[in-house]
Design a protein around this ligand. Structure first.
Ligand code: SF4
Length: 458
């Protein structure tokens, strides 16, 4: 078993027994569940909408090479610069280089899973650059020294009392402050940072090929401030975020907001097509888009796994997953958690170190059912398991157990040997780990043949 798998089991065992954690998660997911049906009402035929979205993403991913080049051509025409980053190291190197040229001391950052993936804050800190998270949930997590807990709601596991306590410890605010008062405190601090920062970093929800722009959707306006105040704006985005045309946003913006937060449309929706133009009053002087591969083209190579690149990071599959709701986002030990994280992490970061995530599923299919772009998530978890076996990543004891199971299942004589009690003792003795968190395997006192013969006699 890999070290990651051992840590995962240890962390998830603790979290699954943490009733306070479960209460907070159920409360926050309950609020999400209450509003999503309202958001869905805006679509006359939700199944048709999902199919259309899937088809658009299919088209985008099947022709990704062409769309990326078209994006680059259109974006650079307006003065933007495109950087292709094959991996984390290249992306970090390019960002640090820009920061060095701009003499950057403070950087403001809006929520972006791609920056989490490349551990940007750690790299900036090491190089003496203050990186300030400006999304309130991310700001809370940064104050607490924690990674985001959920791809849409970074501080989902914290109650308002937890946040008040944290602000009290870190910022000295009264412990009885309300969420509104705490928000005002964060707002005041962050406003100052926007004006100090030399560089702003954002992610992007979509890359729009035909107009050479990126689309950013948010509820707090912090992404807009992060890209409009500093003189330099850097966007870091995974190449799979591609949509072919600006007209596709009329589908994807409401779809993402409905499945992400239950809103009909998110509060601030921005299309950024380059740095400030000569006839414009605001915006950055320079704008870079870093197109991040980091293993995505490996997924693209695999015709079965490819559909996982359709993901629009709405987080809906996390919210319905019985495993996620019990063990929480941090137990996964990966940037992307929940069902989509369990599908893509072994393919992005290595099957050997992360195959265990593909087994952290009841295969109930709730994730597949909810996904707005119809990714067959539970089948892809099975596919990961299949590929890990093909790669020879199973243990000798597992291989032996399945061989024995096969031999006995194919041999009626062996199946009929001994009574139920003996079988219980042998099997539960062999598979001690199985019964640790589950009920013991119980065999019928009579064999199938005995029951069959009795049935015929009646
Ligand atoms: S896999 Fe589907 S449900 Fe899960 S985050 Fe991605 S788009 Fe949303």
């Amino acid at each position: 078993m890999s070290e990651n798998a051992k840590t995962f089991i240890a962390k998830s065992t603790i979290k699954a027994a943490d009733l306070d954690h479960r209460r907070k998660i159920n409360f926050n997911i309950g609020r999400y569940n209450a509003v999503v049906p309202k958001g869905k009402e805006q679509f006359t035929d939700i199944e048709f909408t999902k199919k259309t979205a899937k088809n658009i993403k299919w088209q985008a991913i099947e022709n990704l090479d062409e769309h990326l080049l078209t994006f680059e051509k259109n974006f650079t025409q307006r003065g933007g610069k495109v950087i292709w980053a094959e991996n984390t190291e290249q992306a970090i190197e390019e960002i640090l280089l820009i920061c060095k040229v701009k003499n950057c001391k403070t950087l403001v950052k809006s929520k972006s899973m791609a920056t989490e993936e490349i551990h940007l804050n750690v790299a900036l800190e090491k190089n003496g650059i203050e990186s300030v998270e400006t999304d309130l949930g991310e700001y809370i997590q940064q104050l607490d020294g924690e990674a985001p807990y959920h791809i849409v709601t970074p501080a989902m596991h914290k109650s308002k009392e937890d946040v008040a306590r944290l602000f009290n410890q870190k910022l000295g605010t009264p412990v009885n402050y309300t969420p509104e008062q705490l928000t005002q405190v964060a707002r005041k601090i962050l406003r100052e940072k926007y004006t100090q920062a030399e560089v702003g970093v954002t992610g992007a929800n979509f890359i729009i090929s035909d107009i050479g722009a990126v689309a950013v959707t948010e509820n707090e306006g912090n992404a807009r401030l992060s890209c409009a105040f500093p003189k330099t704006h850097i966007v870091i985005v995974g190449i799979e975020k591609m949509i072919p045309s600006i007209t596709d946003l009329s589908l994807f913006w409401p779809l993402l907001s409905t499945f992400g937060t239950g809103q009909t449309v998110t509060v601030y929706n921005t299309i950024i097509a380059g740095p400030r133009q000569p006839n414009e009053n605001d915006g950055p002087e320079e704008m870079y888009v870093i197109l991040l591969d980091n293993g995505r083209t490996d997924i693209l190579k695999n015709p079965t796994q490819r559909q996982s690149l359709y993901c629009i990071r709405c987080g809906a599959c996390l919210n319905v997953c019985p495993v996620y709701k019990n063990i929480g986002g941090h137990a996964y030990g990966a940037t992307y958690s929940g069902p989509i994280g369990s599908v893509i992490t072994p393919n992005l970061q290595g099957m050997k170190d992360f195959k265990h995530l593909s087994y952290a599923s009841s295969l109930c299919g709730a994730c597949t059912e909810v996904c707005p772009v119809k990714i067959n998530l539970h089948e892809l978890l099975l596919q990961n398991r299949h590929e890990s076996v093909e790669e020879g990543l199973t243990t000798i004891s597992e291989k032996t157990a399945w061989k024995l199971w096969k031999i006995s299942s194919l041999n009626r004589g062996l199946m009929n040997m001994g009574n139920g009690d003996i079988k219980n003792k042998v099997v539960n003795g062999l598979f001690k780990g199985w019964a640790k968190n589950r009920s013991r395997l119980e065999f019928s006192p009579k064999t199938f043949n005995e029951m069959w013969t009795e049935q015929l006699k009646k």
